[in-house]
Each structure stands twice: as structure tokens, then as C-alpha cells.
Design a protein around this ligand. Structure first.
Ligand SMILES: [Zn+2]
Length: 246
């Protein structure tokens, strides 16, 4: 089956979101690495191109701690290299599929973080047992089935996008996590939240107190707990030597 068309990339009336720059992608990579969400060279950070003609995505086989602007490539809606000297991440199709189906999504993050991968391997529902969880559930976290090769143009990749639906994140058994958002910063904060929420529930075991739904909704809408504020903090405490030297 051919890739989903990205006609929505340049659709009129799209929400006004912050412009994504290459330096923001580098900064996002640094933050995710500093937060211990990365595993060697696996995962990607992707953002919709401002013109709507494709996506910026980190290249294949590079660590988030070593990504620089030259390591970010532009690919078309069919996954073809448009700009850059390297091959895009081998799972870039996931980002393209998500952005093709979700006009509200400007950024997609995929990492193979430890606790999210461990929790994804269970059959347990994710509950809000901390502030972080309140931004993710309810409804329960989306979870794909095990996918052999979700990064290629296959029905499996599209199935994962279908499982994500309108949610902001999904767990991938045997693999890792994906978060999506209107900004890179929000997607990064959600990835940090999801990793911690999974870790907390693994630590809590089978008997725990879940925050009542009504309280979850209050926390989710509260100013102080918004992912944007977490993102601003994460930037302040993350070394950005490579990015700042560009
Ligand atoms: Zn992956």
C-alpha cells in the first residue's frame, strides 16, 4: 500500500503553531538524552516542515547527544530525502503517517526508553498515580500490538497510527514509546512524563492509589502542571553545548 498522502501539510486554516527550527530539534534531542530516555542511536525526533511539504527528522544511526543541525534531514511525504547528506531515521515513516492523519500534530518523538518499554510489555492499564500520569490517562494509554517492522510503508505502521487515534502518546510493546504534540517541547515533556508514569507504576506494583478522574482533569488543566512549563525547565537544566556552538 502506498504511503498516506500529506495533503493536510499545507492545508489552509491550520492552527497557528510555533515555527519549528532545526535548532529546536537539536535542543529536543539534548533534553531527551539528559532525561535518560535514549538508548544508543535508536529513536527519532521529527517536526513538520513550515511549508507543509514534508518533515524534518533526525538521521539514521546517530545518538541524541551527538545530533547537530547537519544530522537533521528533510524528507518528502513519501519518505524520500529532499535535503541533507544522510539517510533519515529508518522509522521515519511513523512520523510521516502520524502527521498525515493528525493535522494538529507538528512534532513526533520516538524513543526506546527503559521503563516505558518494560511497562509496554505488560497487559496492565496505565493509571494516573502522579502528576505526570494526569497528562496521559484517562482514557487508558494507547498500546499497539507487537509490530515486526513498523517503520516501513506497511499496514502495520498505519495500524499503529490508528491505535494512537487522537491521543498524545502510545506504548509499543517490544519497542518503546511515541508522543505527539503541537510543539516539540510539549512532545518532549510528554515523553518524560510517560517514561516516569510507567516507572512509577512498575514501582508501585499491583496495589496502588490512583488519582480520581475528577482530580486528574483539574490537574490536567492547571497552569502549573502544563507540559510547556516542564519543557522550559528541562531546557534550563540541560547542557546544550553542541547546539549553541552552531
Ligand atoms: Zn524504534
Amino acid at each position: 500500500m502506498p504511503p498516506t498522502e500529506l495533503a493536510s501539510f499545507s492545508a489552509a486554516g491550520e492552527r497557528d503553531v510555533e515555527l519549528v527550527t532545526l535548532s529546536e530539534i537539536v535542543r529536543t534531542c539534548r533534553v531527551l538524552h539528559a532525561a535518560n530516555l535514549t538508548t544508543t542511536v535508536w529513536g527519532f525526533v521529527a517536526a513538520r516542515h513550515a511549508s507543509g511539504g514534508g518533515i524534518w527528522v533526525t538521521r539514521d544511526n546517530v545518538g541524541f547527544d551527538e545530533v547537530n543541525i547537519d544530522d537533521i534531514v528533510l524528507v518528502s511525504s513519501k519518505g524520500e530525502l529532499v535535503q541533507g547528506d544522510f539517510e533519515p531515521d529508518s522509522e521515519q515513516a511513523l512520523a510521516i503517517e502520524v502527521m498525515a492523519s493528525r493535522r494538529d500534530v507538528q512534532a513526533v518523538i520516538h524513543v526506546h526508553s527503559l521503563h516505558a518499554t518494560a511497562f509496554a510489555a505488560t497487559n496492565r492499564a496505565l493509571h494516573a498515580i502522579s502528576h505526570e500520569g494526569c497528562h496521559l490517562v484517562p482514557p487508558d494509554i494507547a498500546r499497539s500490538r507487537f509490530l515486526d517492522d513498523p517503520g516501513t510503508w506497511t499496514d502495520e505502521g498505519r495500524e499503529l497510527v490508528s491505535s494512537l487515534g487522537q491521543r498524545n502518546s502510545i506504548l509499543m510493546p517490544g519497542h518503546g514509546l511515541i508522543t505527539v504534540a503541537e510543539t516539540l517541547g510539549e512532545a518532549a515533556a510528554l515523553a518524560v512524563y510517560l517514561e516516569k508514569a510507567c516507572r512509577l507504576q512498575l514501582l508501585a506494583g499491583m496495589d496502588f492509589y490512583a488519582i480520581p478522574d475528577a482530580e486528574v482533569m483539574k490537574k490536567r488543566s492547571g497552569q502549573l502542571s502544563r507540559p510547556r512549563l516542564s519543557w522550559e525547565y528541562l531546557q534550563r537544566v540541560t547542557p546544550l553545548t553542541r547546539e549553541e556552538s552552531v
